[in-house]
Design a protein around this ligand. Sequence first.
Ligand code: S3P
Length: 258
Amino acid sequence: MNDLELYREQITLCDEKIIEDLTERNSIFERMLEYKEEHGMLILQPMQREKRLKRLEEKLEGNPYKEEILDVFQCIAWNGKRVQGKKLFPQNLILIGFMGTGKTTLARYLGERFAMDVVEMDVEIETQTGMSIEEIFSEYGEERFRQLETELLKQLQTREHVVISCGGGIVLREENIEELKKQGKVVLLTASPEEILNRVREDKRRPLLEGKKNKEWISQMLEEREDKYKKAADVIVNTDKKEILQICEEMIRKLEEI
Ligand code: S3P
């Protein structure tokens, strides 16, 4: 064997070691989750990730391949998140709830924390039609928008390991509720009319609230939709005065219980 062949052999051995280590690393994340669940511990412990990154940077100080290795570690970290996400949420997560209940915020958080793809239905509809939600409502009416929602839901049937953040009115059509249930676990986020009003007050992108941003109107709409939301939901999480970590943690617990 000449030197070149020897080097190639060494690289193959390195690759094998990396595969073994990565397999071990990913499975540790699964064991860690099981441990936390068994002991009723918090699943989300954001400080740990920061500590790990700091240790890594210290370890790589002076390493000639620091930049390259850190690059790889970004991918490794993403892997770890994804492994945890798949274990915690073997099915897609579908977030429903009235406007201003925090669906978009929670979807973004889950996407980042568990390396899940996020589909924001309103944004997807805007991208596909090249129109804003307000334009669709004003030019074609609510019924057309509802039709677009139903069509998009059907398009999403093949997606896996994804968080779908639905528009607040997705439950208005019975056929949508059936579709949602087929596609994953449905999480209903709720909030009081006061809190909803606070959250949507400055927002101009919700045609059904334009000119009617008051508690009475919001309460009325909530009441009209309540049964439909509940019918669609697998779990319900109230978001009033809660931080995102707490909301997410509560959702995980409730999903575990069902
Ligand atoms: C709607 C909610 C909106 C958007 C549209 C209609 C509704 O989505 O789909 O304005 O009927 O509740 P958000 O809940 O994301 O604001």
